[in-house]
Design a protein around this ligand. Structure first.
Ligand code: CUA
Length: 288
């Protein structure tokens, strides 16, 4: 098939090019490393990630380097007897104490981060977005001009009422819904109300360094974040939720406030409980 070395190389680079463009559609940046971060909490998450990476990396090099050195230096040699060692108490104490403090520091810092991300009250002017996962797509509900979302009740979530709202809720009359299409304004706090219609799904955006499972029977309203750059990302489900899990993804655009406003303006208020999902097709039992 390949007459020359150049032919092989051309073929490999063609394969490479097709592979990398395919991936670039899914992830804009950092295909081989962390994707770029556009959220306020992400910088600190990346910081702790690199601290751990460097700590464990340096430790690994030191430990394996010493081990290989000792293996070579004290290998079996004719005429040299084995030495019996009881160890060294000082060394033992030192190499136990140092990791204890490192782990404690990491645990305390990680806990602080977690509390900041999930326990701090979101700003009052945050954009409220309801997101309900289903097999296999994302139902989104946005507040209309009043800025208020209809109240979600996880126990009222049904096939026909994916957001579990009261149709008479005055806050919900001007809400609009989308399906697999999330748009948020850059720089504005966004508060999510996450739910599920059927099984466990997961809201995960690597560029936001944000991950939250959506367990049926619950509405998670403590997740919020801010973005600091515009861009187009993929909203992909991150929990294996059935045979169609691979196709459970939507568009996620972080746009300017003006772009967001004109996008929202073009939407018609949704009937009280309906989802924006396309009419269900004939889905076989195996697919469910
Ligand atoms: Cu939903 Cu995987």
């Amino acid at each position: 098939m390949f007459r020359t070395k150049a032919g092989v190389l051309a073929w490999i680079s063609a394969l490479w090019a097709s592979g990398s463009t395919g991936r670039a559609e899914i992830r804009e940046t950092g295909v081989w490393w962390l994707p770029r971060n556009v959220s306020n909490f992400g910088h600190e998450i990346d910081f702790i990630f690199y601290v751990i990476l460097w700590l464990t990396g340096i430790t690994a090099v030191l430990v394996f380097g010493t081990m290989i050195y000792f293996i070579v230096k004290y290998r079996q040699r004719a005429g040299v007897g084995a030495i019996h060692s009881h160890g060294n108490n000082t060394l033992e104490v030192v190499w136990t104490t140092i990791p204890v403090f490192i782990f404690l520091a990491l645990a305390i810092y990680g806990n602080e981060m977690w509390a900041k991300m999930r326990m701090e009250t979101p700003p009052a002017d945050a954009l409220q977005v309801a997101i309900v996962g289903e097999q296999f797509g994302w139902n989104l509900r946005y507040p209309g001009p009043d800025g208020k979302l209809a109240k979600m009740d996880s126990h009222k979530i049904t096939k026909e009422n994916p957001f579990g709202i009261d149709p008479a809720d005055p806050d919900g009359q001007d809400d609009f819904t989308t399906y697999n299409d999330m748009v948020i304004p850059v720089g504005k706090a966004v508060r999510l109300h996450l739910g599920s219609k059927d099984v466990i799904h997961s809201f995960y955006v690597p560029e936001f360094r944000l991950y939250q499972d959506m367990v049926p029977g619950r509405v998670y309203d403590f997740v919020w974040f801010k973005t600091d750059a515009t861009g187009h990302f993929q909203l992909a489900c991150n929990q294996l939720c059935g045979q169609g899990h691979y196709k459970m993804f939507g568009k996620l655009g972080v746009v300017t406030q003006e772009e967001y406003d004109s996008w929202a303006k073009g939407k018609t208020p949704a009937p009280a409980t309906a989802s924006a999902a396309p009419a269900p097709q004939n889905v076989s039992v195996a697919n469910r």
